[in-house]
Design a protein around this ligand. Sequence first.
Ligand SMILES: [Cu+2]
Length: 149
Amino acid sequence: MNKLITLISALTLSASVFAEVNIDHGYVRAVPPGQPNSAAFMTLKNGSSDNVALLSAESSVAKSVELHTHAHSDDGVMKMRRIPQVSMFGNETVELKPGGHHIMLIGLNRNLKQGEFVDLKLNFSDGTSKQLELPVEQVMAAMGKKHSH
Ligand SMILES: [Cu+2]
């Protein structure tokens, strides 16, 4: 079943550009078996001159999907916290990346291996939504700073 979904996903990969927000470099972090959570990262480009916000996301691989950011708490430790939306001014580009804003996939119902694809639907404040198929990739070096102090 999963193989079939992956195949269909791969075929529809390059066919999605109508909403005002364009998505580049999207990927989902590969996680080892047993890991309950993962995250999706991408570049969001608001192609219109109006403000728009990413309000929510959905995926068939996770029980729930939340918008998160990383912030320093009072004791100086980087912690994730949930945010209500990711806002974009007119023509602004916002990067979702490790250590910053990200789309948290919580309660994975399967392993996410490099080379697979994950469906992700983004819902925007202008009422549009965007269906994505993101490749699963290893994220290692990008988080290396975490252990340096
Ligand atoms: Cu998170």
